[in-house]
Design a binder for this molecule. Structure first.
Ligand SMILES: Cc1cc2nc3c(=O)[nH]c(=O)nc-3n(C[C@H](O)[C@H](O)[C@H](O)COP(=O)(O)OP(=O)(O)OC[C@H]3O[C@@H](n4cnc5c(N)ncnc54)[C@H](O)[C@@H]3O)c2cc1C
Length: 367
């Protein structure tokens, strides 16, 4: 293979968005994915929520890329007929002492430029969603849902049409600096891939990949902590039209209720640390789910929910403290043309197109 301009490691939704964005420029783009197809890890194991942008401190990448990415995502889905629905969402305070939490999210969301946010009282909440109980709620009309598999297939097809080459079953095992770029060793390939630039979109393995060319990932703060999130599903559909969230807790957004494209209802995810990539859902966690959900949806009983899927978050913090996305071109660490995308947990799906734009800017491929 001749020297390629940019090699992307990982074909989750972020790697695919980056491939689509960079292949627009006419540069040669190769994507190396360790699995037999795209999106087999976190990108197909999430809530598929298009987030509004209320949860992240103003000025952070998470805040900016979520708000920017959301609009890009809706435009793209609309233009290419990818399933999405602006359902809106309600963050529900179940008791008076939770109401200041809504005020804080409202202020933060407004500072982040999230339009249409509104605090509503218990009566209006009951009018909007008769099955949901709470003393007040924050309404975010711009939140919604998207079919992540359809989105990934679109990005893959567009990137391939623009000349990007995808290699499946191609795990990158080592990387070294070479004249004018990098040599990437790929298991099963006799020759290394010679590339001028690298974009590390390796999700749960992004810290491992970041270490490959010699970067000290611990010192850089790139070490990933895996936090699993399980889902349960409701046996029957309920008359609920919006996404329903409790107040966020230390490790996540709280066990919330999301809708899928067929009107099915999922509950989750919970959050706990794990060491391995095991996606089983522990049926014994039903009690935890019922306890959390019954606070805002008292009509659900134990017999009506059953274990569904799970996903694993690539977090940069283990104590619940805020850590921003890392999207960094590493010239300052002696690795010019190497871009690391690390800690791309939620809202990575919502933000994927904006993340791709940021990577393009960093590589100075922006048009
Ligand atoms: C439970 C849960 C719920 C979530 N809910 C939402 C939500 O509702 N809305 C939202 O916006 N975000 C959500 N997210 C976050 C979102 O899913 C992620 O931010 C996004 O999917 C990350 O995409 P990615 O491409 O970076 O990672 P991934 O999808 O994990 O892709 C990384 C790819 O890299 C490949 N790879 C790794 N190492 C190598 C290697 N050495 N060589 C080759 N390939 C390699 C992997 O096989 C994988 O395919 C959620 C996440 C979780 C876990």
């Amino acid at each position: 293979m001749e020297t390629v301009d940019v090699t992307i490691i990982g074909a989750g939704v972020v790697g695919l968005a980056v491939a689509e964005r960079l292949s627009r420029t006419g540069r040669t783009v190769v994507v190396l994915e360790r699995n037999p197809r795209h999106g087999m890890e976190t990108s197909s194991r999430n809530s598929e929520v298009v987030h509004s942008g209320i949860y992240y401190p103003p000025g952070t990448l998470k805040a900016r890329l979520c708000v920017e990415g959301r609009e890009l995502l809706y435009e793209t889905c609309h233009r290419w007929d990818i399933f999405h629905r602006k359902t809106g969402k309600l963050v529900v305070a179940c008791s008076q002492d939770e109401v200041p939490g809504l005020d804080k999210l409202l202020a933060q969301g407004e500072a982040n430029g999230v339009d249409g946010l509104e605090l509503i009282d218990a009566g209006f909440l009951r009018d909007l969603e008769p099955l949901v109980r709470g003393v007040a709620a924050l309404r975010a009309p711009c939140a919604g849902i998207v079919d992540s598999e359809e989105l990934m297939r679109l990005l893959l097809r567009q990137a391939a049409d623009q000349g990007a080459i995808f290699l499946w079953n191609a795990p990158v095992t080592a990387a070294e600096r070479a004249a004018g770029g990098y040599l990437l060793l790929v298991r099963g390939m006799a020759d290394p891939v010679e590339t001028s630039a690298v974009v590390n979109c390796a999700g749960l393995a992004a810290d491992t990949v970041a270490r490959m060319p010699g970067l000290d990932a611990d010192a850089a703060g790139y070490a990933i902590r895996r936090f699993k999130g399980e889902y349960f599903r409701l046996r029957k559909s309920l008359d609920i039209r919006r996404l329903i969230y409790p107040l966020p807790d230390t490790h996540g957004l709280g066990i919330h209720l999301t809708l899928d494209r067929k009107g099915g209802i999922r509950l989750g995810p919970n959050s706990f640390p794990v060491q391995t990539l095991d996606y089983d859902v522990d049926a014994a966690h039903k009690t935890e789910f019922l306890g959390a959900v019954s606070k805002y949806l008292p009509c659900v009983s134990a017999s009506e929910i059953f274990p569904d899927t799970s996903g694993i978050r690539p977090k940069l913090s283990s104590d619940g403290s805020f850590r921003d996305f890392v999207i960094a071109e590493e010239s300052a660490r002696g690795l010019p043309g190497w871009v690391n995308c690390v800690g791309i947990e939620s809202p990575g799906l919502t933000a994927c197109l904006a993340i791709a734009g940021k990577v393009a800017d960093l590589l100075e491929y922006a048009r």
